[in-house]
Design a protein around this ligand. Sequence first.
Ligand code: CO
Ligand code: ZN
Length: 332
Amino acid sequence: MKALLKTLSEAYGPSGAEDQVREVVRAEVRKLADYVTVDPLGNLIAVVKQQSKTGKKIMLAAHMDEIGFAVTHVDAAGFARVLPSGGVNPLASVGQRVRFANGRLGVVGLDARRDDLGKPPTLSEMFIDLGASSRAANPVQVGDVAGFWRPLEDLGGRLIGKSLDDRVGVAILIETLRALKRTPHEVAFVFTVQEEIGLRGAGVAAFGLDADLGLALDVTRTGDTPNGPKMETALGAGPAIKVRDARMLTDPRIKELLLARAREAKIPTQLEVLEGGTTDAAAMQLARGGLPVGCVSVPARYIHTPSEMVDYGDVQQCVALLLAVLHKPIEL
Ligand code: CO
Ligand code: ZN
C-alpha cells in the first residue's frame, strides 16, 4: 500500500485538474468493481453491486484534488503571480517547489519589498519563478494551476508527503475495494473532485447516487505537536471518528455504527471534534432530502503544507474499519 500511496501523493491534481490522479485511480479500480463511471464534473465512481436484498446503498467518498496556485498574470520578466486555489497557507509556501500540469517546475518567491515586514506574508506578495527570462519564455499561461511538488518520504512508521490530504483517503478506498470479498450492500466508491474549493464534486455525486448513508474519508488535524491546538486526536492512535466539524454534525447513528464495528474488530479509535475545516461529508449530508453521514479521519500533521505527515498504522486501521462496516448488515 505504501507504493500506491507514493504514486498517489506525487500525482498532480489541483481542483479542476484531477485527470492525472483519476487515471491512477481508474487503473487501480478497473478490475475490482462491477462498473466504473465518471460523471460530468469528473468524479470517478466505482460500484460494487448489491449482494443481498437487505443491504443498504452506501456512498464512500475521498477527494482526489489538492490545493494549488492559479496563475493570474505573468510579468515582462517572466514571473507568474497567483491566486490560492483552496486553503493555501502562505507561510508554508515561500521557497517551496511547485509543479504544473505539463510537468514544469517552479519555486515560490517572496517580494523583497513588502509593505509591512512585521506581518506574515500573503500570497499576493508572492510569485512563481519558472526559470524563464521573459514573459514569452514562461511555459505557463494565465489560468494554469500549480500544486506543491515533493516526493513522498517513508520514515518507517510515518510518511511525509504533499497532498496526503486527501490521497491517503483515496488509497484507503482503493485498498478497501481490493480487500472487500463479500458485502450485503451496494457500495459506491466515489473519488471526488473540487473538494478544496467548496466540496463541489461530492455534492453532485451524492445527489446522483441517492444512497442510504454516506461516509467521507479525509485527514484531520492533531493536537500532538509542541504547543499544538487543544485537540484530542493524535498520530498513531487509530482512525478518528468525526463527531463534528465547522460545517457538519455527524449523524449519531453513523458515529455509533463506526464505534461499534471498531470495538468488535478491536480497532483503536479516537473521537474528533474539528473547529476549523470540513470534508465532503458536509456536502453529502445536504444532498437531495438529506443523507445520514459520518466521516472516518486519518490524523495528519502539517495539513496544507508540502510535508503532511500521517502514521502508516492509522492508515491500515482505516481500511480495517471500513471492511468491518461493509461486511455486516447495517440497521439505522
Ligand atoms: Co484539504
Ligand atoms: Zn481533505
